[in-house]
Structure formats: structure tokens, C-alpha cells
Design a protein around this ligand. Structure first.
Ligand SMILES: *[C@@H]1O[C@H](CO)[C@@H](O)[C@H](O)[C@H]1NC(C)=O
Ligand SMILES: *[C@@H]1O[C@H](CO)[C@@H](O)[C@H](O)[C@H]1NC(C)=O
Ligand SMILES: *[C@@H]1O[C@H](CO)[C@@H](O)[C@H](O)[C@H]1NC(C)=O
Length: 739
């Protein structure tokens, strides 16, 4: 790419030829031209779904004044799926020379052979057959039948230990996975299952989210001892106190462009954030490369385990750091990785060999300088002491994401790891579809258990339920009246809310709890044992809201989804992960310090303005000296003028929001009672209070006052930290609390 650029400049100085814009149209599709047909400009083609641009996705205006491939007129062609070249121990139907989107292939096995994989496979819009490869096996050999991907032929049909099979894709198709596999001592095949694909086939965001997340969580989730260990599942086991290095490598060459580089940075941030939400602390290195490699963050940096610090460094890094040195030197980036590993090795060789390594390479093209990048992969394997015969494959996972249209499948496949039954190489249409895949990984089932997640910052959420998935709506239907309250999901069976929502003799069948689009009945209602609304009448307090907390036990356990998730309660292990505080020494005190140590704490609650429309309301919790102002204001309100000790009304079990300093806080209204007061922490949500009562009710039912808020308006919320013993006791079966 670089020498070409130089030539372009020289050519421009002499005379600037232009390419003929009349020669670039495409039948049945659209195109865009950058730089109006001048030398160096690019045409990009697009076709309707199920079609692809022939002969290529793009053309460049060459310095000769001709478009690349100019003689071939562009047209949109119909996507085809590869045809079966070879099928073993069975038959398929219908045999056809071509298969189009929607066609179904049906497989059958001969007598004595058992079918593994799907009976039917459908040709999909991206030119891939649905599902895995179908295999017919008599289960008589050492290794199972390794199968033949559609579009490939196989040499070798003995599946005994040490025997080999070799694959080749039909002409015009390229291969992902291993060309050659050996039946190993452990009766499994070496390498990764191959597949054959057309040059225009991309992996969809859904496929990548699923495949990558499952491979990655194999690597990371090992600390979960309850997980069932499947026979075929590669279990890595980052041992207790085990370690991992993660290298994120981003291509910043010219063809990537500033916008895509920005998206790649965002992908890295999403990735780091996602990893940080597992109970697991790897160390990171981040490298950006074009003609040279530029480390954004070194493995040896003091803060290489600090996810937030790494994210800040990525944010601060500029695409322009590579200036005009914008070739694609993938080898240099991997050499830099090797250098960092090498430094670790000299520092502490024993620990080095116990540490697992994940490389995540995002590249938009083929290397055009620096030489063969796989040389560096070999050196990295050497320094990690990974050999074919020593069972150390688990110490290195190289994931390669080929992004964009002009890419070498062979090259990205050669660099990526090959492990059964995982996939390490992906080809995606654009950086945007990769971003989508990473965002979607939030939906993976193991993540659903995690507390305090929301799709708030993702543009593609499906609705408000995904933005506020922990909100429960409570309705109490009494003869002649209906009362509404809010609550928060804290576990599969419990919703946390305010005790004052219910009469002391409330009948359980009058209570309905709506979460997501489901309505639940109530099995039990537990009020805080110290809640006693008439307990302070002798002190002039007509109704005391102290310990205004209740837990509703639902009649059926919730099934978590992207629309129904728990919020984090402080002093639980879930909150420790959300607050990125790990280790056995983390205490409840640490949580309180992190969440509530300032005098002014940014917090939020969720209000239902009109029917169903939930809205985030940002408020500020006043602490310390600022809280005194809350109490002073409360004294001035008519209702409390005659109470001798105002702290009997506002005891220290309340958090305070409201007022007009330093900002005008939105007021809470009637239907908000019982809802969570939340402190957002990074991208997670931790509940610190329960909406209880306010000094001035200027709302009309759930309708907020649109005019100026009365200056004396203050809202008080049950402080979750002050009620932990009761929560611990009541939720001990459902949540794990820390000391
Ligand atoms: C071409 O682009 C226009 C406008 O974006 C769109 O409406 C049309 O469907 C596209 N045509 C094809 C064949 O993709
Ligand atoms: C596969 O297709 C055949 C023929 O269309 C159909 O009878 C059969 O039910 C399908 N099998 C599955 C598992 O969907
Ligand atoms: C790899 O990095 C080392 C240390 O910076 C350097 O001396 C060497 O030339 C690099 N090798 C390649 C092939 O870039």
C-alpha cells in the first residue's frame, strides 16, 4: 500500500488522469465513489440481501487512469451455497449443480451408521449452510468420523490413532479451520473442523456473538465449579489465583479510516468491560499498528490489570498517531506482542509459564509489509513452550477478526488458533457488524445472572424493558381503590419494595407484580421487622417511615432474559463484581465508600411518566453537611413544624434527594414509592435506596409538576446499607453477601 501511495503522488504531480465514471455502474445494485473518480478513489458496491456484487465488492482508480478489473462489468448476482462434493456413509437429497438461498439439503445415513448433526440444512442469505456438518458414523474406530464440510473433499478414511485426514475446498472456495487433522492419543482430532466458503461470505453478528462468546467463556469461566463439564468441552481452568494476559491488536492502516478505527476502539472497550464483569482479572496490552506497531498500553505497565485505566488509554489514543505511515504490517504488531511476552519471561519465568494468553487481532486486510505474520505466531508459541506433544495449547488463544471486504481468508485463517470444537477466525462485513456482535454478547445466558446490567448505552435495545430490566411494577387492588408502587428485582424469587405500599393486614391475592411482560402473584410478603408506622406517635410523628422496606416473594421464579434481570444490592458478591472489587478482603464498607463517600452523590430513579413510559430521573443524594440542609428544609414544612425532634422524622436510616441545590432534582411522585434509588457505576447499576416519602407532594398522582419545584421539596429513601442484617437474613438462600 505504501509504495503505491508514493506513485500516486508522483502521478498527480505530472498530470492527474481520471477514471471513467461511466464504467462503474452495477446492474441491480448501488455504488458509492470516494474522491470523484480521481486516481486513488474507490468505488464500493452494494446489492440487495441474498445477492452479492460480481466480480468484487470494490474497485480502485489506478494511476493508469483505469479502474481495477475495468473490463468486467459489475452486476449483482444471486448468493449460492457450496455444493456437496463428498458425503461419507450416507446420501443427500436433492443433488443439484447449484444451491440458492432457502434451498434445503436432506441427509440420510446407510444402515449401521448413526447420524451426528442435523438431518436437514438450509442455504442462508450469507452463502452458508445452517447448522454443523452432518456425519454418519459406525462408532467402530478410535476417533469419530471427522466429517467432510460441504464444498470439500477428503483424503484418508482410516480414523485410527495417528492416522491423518486431509481436506481441500472445491475451486473458488476458501477454507477456515485445519487442512489436515490427526487422530490423537486421546481419541480426538487435532486442530479445528474445516469449512469452505465463498469469497463473498461473511459471518453474521449473531454467529460471531454465539461462537466467540462460547469459546471465550470456556477460557474464562472456569472458576465456576458448578458448571457441568461436558465430554467434548475444552475446559481451560484458569486456576484459583491463575493468570491471563490479553493482547488487543487493532489495525490502523489507511484503508481502515478514522471512523472504523473509532468503532474498533469502542469494540475493545466493550470487550474489556465484558471481561471485567466476570469474576476475573486479566492483564491487558493494547497495540495499534499500521506500518509500525504502537503500543497503547504495555503488559508491563503498573495499571495493566485496571480495566478502567486501559479503557481510558484506548479512548485517548488517536488514529492520526500513525500519520502517513499507513501500511499494514501485521507482523510488527505480533512482534511487539512477542517482545512483551519475552520481558515477562525474564522477570518471572515460573509465573510466565503458568499464565494463559489471549490475542485478539482485528484487521481489515492483508499484510503488505513486514513479511509473513505467522512467523511471529511460531515465535510466540516457542516462548510459551507450546509444542504439539506437551499439552500446552491451552496457554495461547489467537482470535482473528477479518473486517471489511478486501481480505485474505488464508492469511487470517493461518494466524488464528485451531482448536476443537471452537472457532477462532471470523470474517465480518464491517466494523459495525463486529460491534453489534460484541454488544450482543451481553445476552449470553451466563451473563444474565449478572446484576445491574442494562442495555441503556446500546442503540439497538428493543425497548425500555431492556433499559430498565430490573424494574417491577406492583399493583394492589382493594375494594374501590387501586394503589401502585414500584419495586426492583433482586433475585429470581424476590422483589424489593417499600413496606408502606401495603396495609399491615394486606391480603396477598390483591397484589400483582409485573416484570417485563409477565404478571406474577405473591407467595409471601416480608416487611422489615423494625417497620412500625405508629411507633413514634408519642414523639409527635403521625406516621413513621423508618425501615420502610419489604420483600415480595413471587409465586414462581423469574426466568432472566435481556428484559428481566436483577439489580445489584450492595454488599453482595454480585455488587463486588459490578464495582470491580475482587478478592476475599473486600468488605461491605468498601462498597459504601465506593458508592456513597462524596457529599453529593450522582444517583437516579426510574419514573413512569405516562402509562408504561419509563424514564430515568437523575438526582443527587445529599450526604454529610449537605444532608443537614435536607433536615433544615423538612423542619420548615407545615406537617412537621410541631415535631419536637426533627430527627425522629428524618432518622439516619434515610437517604435524601430533592431541593434546588446544586441542581433542581426531579421530585418523586406517588406511584414511584418502593422503586430503587440507584447509583450508576461505570455501566452497572447498584441500588442504594428505596423511594419512601417526600416533604411536599406537588404531583398529581403520577404526574410530575411541570412548573418550578418548590424549594423545600425533599425526598427520602430507605438506606439499603442501614438495613443489611434484615436483607441478609431474608435473602440468604438467594444471594451471597459479604461481611
Ligand atoms: C439503492 O439505494 C437506494 C437508496 O439508498 C435504495 O432505495 C435502493 O433500494 C437501493 N437499490 C438496490 C438495488 O440496492
Ligand atoms: C427434514 O426434511 C424432511 C423433508 O422435508 C422432513 O420430513 C423432516 O421432518 C425434516 N426433519 C427435521 C428434523 O426437521
Ligand atoms: C521485533 O522487535 C525487536 C525489538 O523492538 C526489533 O529489534 C526487531 O527488529 C523486530 N523484528 C521485526 C521483524 O520487526
Amino acid at each position: 500500500m505504501l509504495p503505491l501511495l508514493l506513485l500516486i503522488h508522483i502521478a498527480l504531480c505530472i498530470a492527474a488522469p481520471e477514471c471513467d465514471l461511466s464504467k462503474i455502474s452495477i446492474n441491480g445494485g448501488n455504488y458509492t465513489v470516494s474522491d470523484g473518480g480521481n486516481v486513488g478513489s474507490t468505488v464500493e458496491y452494494s446489492c440487495p440481501p441474498g445477492m452479492y456484487p460480481h466480480p468484487s465488492f470494490s474497485r480502485d482508480c489506478l494511476y493508469t487512469g483505469h479502474w481495477s478489473n475495468e473490463k468486467v462489468k459489475s452486476q449483482c448476482r444471486v448468493v449460492q451455497c457450496p455444493r456437496v462434493e463428498m458425503f461419507e456413509n450416507g446420501g443427500f437429497f436433492p443433488p443439484k449443480p447449484r444451491y440458492f438461498v432457502g434451498d434445503v439439503l436432506h441427509f440420510e445415513c446407510y444402515g449401521g451408521f448413526k447420524m451426528f448433526g442435523p438431518e436437514n440444512r438450509t442455504c442462508q442469505a450469507n452463502g452458508k449452510w445452517s447448522g454443523e456438518d452432518t456425519k454418519c458414523d459406525d462408532q467402530e474406530s478410535d476417533c469419530p468420523n471427522p466429517g467432510i464440510p460441504i464444498g470439500a473433499s477428503k483424503v484418508g478414511s482410516s480414523y485410527k490413532i495417528e492416522h491423518k485426514v486431509k481436506y481441500e475446498c472445491h475451486q473458488g472456495l476458501s477454507m477456515f479451520g485445519s487442512k489436515e487433522r490427526v487422530c490423537m492419543e486421546n481419541k480426538r482430532w487435532s486442530g479445528a473442523e474445516p469449512s469452505c466458503r465463498n469469497w463473498y461470505t461473511f459471518d453474521t453478528a449473531e454467529e460471531v456473538a454465539e461462537t466467540f462468546a462460547s469459546s471465550l467463556s470456556e477460557t474464562i469461566e472456569s472458576s465456576d465449579k458448578d458448571k457441568v463439564e461436558g465430554e467434548t468441552v475444552r475446559k481451560i481452568g484458569v486456576k484459583e489465583g491463575g493468570l491471563m494476559n490479553i493482547f488487543i491488536i487493532m489495525d490502523a492502516s489507511k484503508s481502515v479510516g478514522p471512523k472504523n478505527f473509532q468503532t474498533a476502539k469502542e469494540i475493545s472497550e466493550v470487550f474489556i468491560d465484558k471481561i471485567a464483569s466476570f469474576d476475573f482479572t486479566p492483564r491487558y496490552a493494547v497495540i495499534s499498528y499500521a506500518s509500525f506497531a504502537k503500543p497503547i498500553s504495555l503488559l508491563s505497565d503498573d495499571d495493566s490489570a485496571d480495566a478502567d485505566a486501559i479503557i481510558d488509554k484506548i479512548k485517548a489514543f488517536k488514529y492520526t498517531a500513525h500519520q502517513d505511515k499507513q501500511g499494514t504490517n501485521t507482523r510488527a504488531a505480533l512482534n511487539e506482542t512477542h517482545n512483551m511476552l519475552s520481558l515477562e519471561n525474564t522477570r518471572d519465568p515460573k509465573k510466565f509459564l503458568e499464565t494463559r494468553n489471549v490475542i485478539l487481532l482485528m484487521t481489515d486486510g492483508k499484510h503488505n509489509m513486514g513479511g509473513d505474520p505467522t512467523v511471529e505466531i511460531k515465535r510466540i508459541r516457542e516462548i510459551l513452550n507450546i509444542r504439539k506433544d506437551n499439552n500446552r495449547e491451552d496457554y495461547l488463544d489467537v482470535y482473528v477478526f477479518g473486517l471489511g471486504k478486501d481480505i485474505s481468508e488464508d492469511e487470517i485463517n493461518d494466524i488464528a488458533s485451531k482448536k476443537d470444537p471452537e472457532r477462532h477466525v471470523f470474517r465480518m462485513e464491517s466494523v459495525d457488524s463486529m460491534k453489534k456482535a460484541f454488544d450482543q454478547m451481553l445476552d449470553e445466558t451466563e451473563v444474565l445472572q449478572m446484576c445491574g446490567l442494562s442495555k441503556e448505552r446500546l442503540e439497538d435495545h428493543e425497548g425500555l424493558e431492556e433499559v430498565f430490566p430490573w424494574i417491577a411494577k406492583i399493583t394492589i387492588t382493594r375494594p374501590g381503590s387501586e394503589e401502585k408502587c414500584k419495586g426492583s428485582i433482586v433475585s429470581k424469587s424476590f422483589v424489593l419494595t417499600a413496606a408502606h405500599c401495603f396495609h399491615l393486614d394486606e391480603l396477598l391475592h390483591t397484589i400483582n407484580v409485573r416484570v417485563g411482560d409477565k404478571v406474577f402473584k405473591v407467595k409471601n410478603l416480608y416487611r422489615h421487622t423494625d417497620y412500625n408506622p405508629l411507633g413514634k406517635t408519642d414523639k409527635g410523628v403521625k406516621k413513621s417511615y423508618d425501615y420502610d422496606m419489604a420483600l415480595i416473594e413471587l409465586d414462581k421464579a423469574l426466568e432472566f432474559s435481556s428484559k428481566i434481570r436483577p439489580i445489584c444490592l450492595p454488599c453482595t458478591t454480585g455488587a463486588s463484581w459490578a464495582l470491580k472489587q475482587r478478592g476475599k478482603s473486600v468488605t461491605c464498607n468498601d462498597h459504601e465508600k465506593t458508592l456513597l463517600s462524596e457529599e453529593l452523590v450522582k444517583a437516579m430513579f426510574v419514573a413512569e411518566e405516562t402509562d408504561k413510559a419509563l424514564e430515568r430521573k437523575d438526582v443527587i443524594i445529599k450526604r454529610g453537611s449537605k444532608r443537614l440542609a435536607c433536615i433544615e428544609d423538612t423542619k420548615k414544612v407545615d406537617d412537621f413544624k410541631d415535631v419536637p425532634e426533627i430527627t425522629d422524622v428524618v432518622s439516619n436510616t434515610f437517604l435524601c434527594t430533592g431541593g434546588i441545590e446544586p441542581q433542581v432534582d426531579p421530585q418523586t411522585c406517588k406511584g414511584d414509592s418502593g422503586g430503587p434509588v440507584i447509583v450508576p457505576y461505570k455501566q452497572r447499576f447498584v441500588q442504594v435506596g428505596i423511594i419512601s416519602w417526600g416533604t411536599i407532594i406537588s404531583c398529581k398522582g403520577p404526574k410530575r409538576n411541570s412548573g418550578p419545584v418548590p424549594a423545600l421539596s425533599r425526598d427520602f429513601h430507605a438506606d439499603v446499607f442501614k438495613m443489611l442484617p434484615w436483607l441478609k437474613e431474608t435473602l440468604k438462600e438467594d444471594l451471597t453477601f459479604i461481611d
